[in-house]
Design a protein around this ligand. Structure first.
Ligand SMILES: [Zn+2]
Length: 203
């Protein structure tokens, strides 16, 4: 899915370019394929990077807040042992956290998206918002991220999906680093999921 306007959901979206435009950039702007944002570029970002040609909204993915998140997905998979691509045993797990308080759990084989186990719970919306806030902090440039490297443990991928369909990803190994600990601490507050995490994570 391509980028959509967070206000009117149109997919008539073009990027905004900053800096002194080249000849090609002028041509693209004339054709309406890019919007020229001027020569001033602020250090640290925060300038709009997309423009909606239908409702003229400009926005920047960096400025999105908790209420602009439509889903956070935490997927992790085992790197341990002999890897058999045909295996139908559980080797990959995912949790999806939605703004309405729905939290979904899935278990898959290591090399397939075939769902072997599934559970859906509903938690308080406030808890989701606190979690979203903690995840947003992980992406802040000033947040110190401690990473954990475990060769034969589990690796994870944490994906934020925003309301303009854009995604942000963090990846690493599971084992008490800043990112995975933020997520697993949250998931462990949900009684239905505590056991599932204990079963697959080395303490
Ligand atoms: Zn729009």
């Amino acid at each position: 899915m391509g980028c959509v306007c967070p206000k009117c959901k149109s997919n008539n979206i073009i990027p905004i370019m900053y800096g002194y435009p080249t000849h090609d950039a002028f041509k693209e702007a004339e054709k309406g394929n890019v919007k020229l944002g001027g020569c001033e570029v602020f250090i640290g970002g925060g300038q709009p990077d997309r423009f909606c040609k239908d409702c003229e909204t400009e926005w920047c993915v960096e400025n999105f807040l908790v209420e602009d998140i439509v889903k956070i997905r935490f997927r992790y998979w085992s790197n341990w042992g002999y890897y058999d691509p045909e295996s139908m045993e559980e080797g990959q797990w995912a949790f999806e956290v939605f703004p309405d308080g729905t939290v979904k759990y899935f278990a898959y084989p290591r090399a397939s998206r075939r769902i072997l186990d599934k559970e859906v719970v509903h938690i308080e919306i406030e808890k989701v918002m606190d979690f979203y806030q903690n995840v947003i902090w992980l992406y802040r440039p000033w947040t110190e991220i401690e990473e954990c490297r475990v060769c034969d443990g589990c690796s994870y991928e944490l994906t934020i999906t925003y309301k303009d369909n854009r995604k942000k990803k963090l990846t690493g190994d599971l084992g008490g680093g800043t990112v995975d600990k933020t997520v697993t601490d949250f998931l462990c507050t949900i009684p239905e999921f505590r056991d599932k995490l204990d079963g697959s994570e080395d303490e």
